[in-house]
Design a protein. Structure first.
Length: 362
């Protein structure tokens, strides 16, 4: 392999890998593991291979000129393929914040771009170094950025309209395809296209990270207090006379007594695990991590059993007293992945210190 080919490959690969590494580095809560990033890159690469086959067939079927096809058809196909994994992750609550959405999205787009650039190198081994600069800094980052934008927009909408698939995912797909199409419109002016991408995407990613981390801290602050209060109420002698206890008693008219008892157990477990999941985030921000202990695994197993016992209808009936937002479900999934355990007393001490320290004046 000639030095020129090696230099071209480095120029094509390094920019996107450096940018992706920066996203992971600035994720102070460590929401996405290295293994997940590598898996997302692999999925993006597979999407690139599939798109090559589909693009070849579709351009023949539509009988379009290559330039027209690359501007108006291929962006929709390629962005849809890259978005497939993200749709699954968001729908299954495996992505809950804008930060992990951006990282997953850029990783998938990076994998797509890496395969595309390797293919370009294989078919044009003597391409001028300037061409590889354009592909490295422009095309590669465009693919990562477009998919990250799809993920960011979709997660933001999932919090507001979690049950509407088209409302959640179509705007992000439109934004990603529009960015992709706009870039392809400027292929005859590659320096202008690359400059535009470099001026827009880094500031956008920085803004997303700042806003998401601030929102995560605000959510931790508000939800931590409410979870603590609810758990103390459940464990108190006054629970049966409280509005929550009265509501659960009223469900005996619709459900068997043992099912209502399981609802109470489920509520207690859910709140305890939610508190421990918040402990994960607080400890990660401090640079600490540890495996889940056996007690937590047993509680997660018990919660799955209770979910089956209560059933879908029963879980819906609990919504008024145990809201299930996308972030609530995401934090439980995050705990299932196997991270950290904090006792409730330790969580109270750690979280209070972390949250109050953010409010101290400099």
């Amino acid at each position: 392999m000639s030095p020129q080919v090696i230099a071209n490959a480095l120029v094509a690969l390094l920019p996107v890998l450096v940018f992706l590494g920066a996203l992971v580095y600035f994720d102070s809560f460590k929401l996405v593991s290295l293994g997940s990033v590598l898996g997302a890159i692999a999925v993006g690469g597979a999407a690139a291979g599939l798109s090559y086959s589909l693009n070849s067939q579709l351009i023949d079927f539509l009988r379009m000129e290559f330039v027209t096809y690359s501007r108006y058809a291929s962006p929709w196909l390629e962005e849809s393929l890259k978005a497939a994994l993200l749709v699954y992750l968001i729908r299954s609550r495996r992505i809950g914040m804008l930060v992990d959405a951006a990282i997953y999205g850029f990783a998938i787009g990076s994998g797509f771009a890496l395969v595309e650039n390797f293919y370009y190198l294989a078919t044009r081994p003597d391409a001028h170094i300037a061409v590889q600069v354009i592909r490295g800094f422009g095309t590669a980052i465009m693919h990562g950025g477009a998919t990250a934008i799809f993920a960011i927009v979709s997660v933001a909408l999932a919090d507001k309209r979690p049950d509407s698939v088209f409302v959640v995912f179509l705007p992000g797909l439109l934004a990603a395809a529009t960015l992709h199409s706009g870039f392809n419109h400027l292929l005859a002016k590659p320096m202008l296209a690359t400059l535009g991408i470099l001026l827009v995407l880094p500031p956008l990613m920085h803004f997303v990270f700042q806003r998401s981390e601030n929102a995560l801290r605000d959510w931790l602050d508000a939800d931590l207090d409410s979870d603590m209060q609810l758990l103390e109420l459940i464990n108190s002698d006054d629970f049966s006379q409280s509005p929550v206890g009265t509501y659960l008693q009223s469900l005996r008219e619709r459900f068997r007594g043992e099912v209502v008892a399981d609802m109470l157990c489920y509520m207690r477990l859910h709140v305890e695990l939610a508190l421990r999941a918040k402990g994960v985030l607080l400890m990660r921000e401090s640079g600490l991590d540890a495996p889940v202990d056996e007690e937590t695994r047993e509680k997660l197993t018990e919660m799955r059993y209770l979910e089956r016992s209560i059933g879908r209808t029963g879980q819906l009936a609990m919504r008024p007293v145990l809201p299930m937002t996308s972030k609530d479900l995401w934090q439980i999934y995050m705990l299932k992945r196997g991270r950290i355990f904090l006792s409730l007393s330790a969580l109270r001490r750690t979280s209070r210190r972390a949250l109050t320290s953010d409010r101290r004046p400099p």
